[in-house]
Design a protein around this ligand. Sequence first.
Ligand SMILES: [Zn+2]
Length: 298
Amino acid sequence: MVFDADAQVGGELLLIGGEPSEFCVEWAVEAYDVVAEVHESTLVSQVKSGAEQAGRPDLYAEWRRFVTTQPVLGAAEFLSAKNRFLTVPQWATWIDESYEPVPPATTSGGQVAVCGLCDQWMTPTSGGGWHCETPRCVRALHMPSPTLRDAEGAYRLRPELVRSVALPGRPELALAQALAARGARVVLYPGLDALDLVARWPDGYAVGVDVKDWHKPYLLARKIKRFPRWETGHPFAYGDAFLVVPADRVARNRSYCDIVRRRSAALRSQPHIEVLTDQALISRCPDAGQPGEVVCGP
Ligand SMILES: [Zn+2]
């Protein structure tokens, strides 16, 4: 399907400045669920099953955290990243398949830019500046200066992983760090991504959290899964369960959490799961007075 600039359907923008809008991407995932998800998640599935077979499910979480926080790698950093887990040779393959040489067309003056707002790589504009395609950055009124990296021999995260892993991963990692700052020990992606995180405080209180960063609450409502139950004593056991939405989504639509609750069959069958913003969860959680940590395994 080809649309002219800023095409609309049902009052929603499908393209903004020639790029698919968030609504367009979410609608495409919803409408072409199987094809889109199978295509984009081939590498994710490969890492998940490879980590499980190697008896190192923590490496799945390590991989997600790494690609979410490292959009551009210099030649030496790329080599060092590949050699990080020498006892699990698949790790080097996963890094190889996650990154690609920085395309010359995306460099300017021998450099590649990393966005100061979303930490993803940017593309040069004809006017000599840099443009970030991340939806939040397209909407942002003020953009901080990008960080410029030497493009010679550098690698960048593949575009499909920016969209399907790194951008969704940002609010997950930000929440993990905020809960760790309040003293929790936070395990990322426990049970091979059965949840986004489990945070446990020294007094034993523990929460299980899935973070969902969707533009449209009624599309999100159809994608909510069952939360896992881990028995008392299991390293990932938790008491309270939360489905967390980034606060800026709710600021733009005050009914967001209500719509998710009302429209989700999964939430009706799991009434113990509370829907709230990341800021609301952070302020409700205990503060142990000294920092905890964010880890990838039990
Ligand atoms: Zn950006």
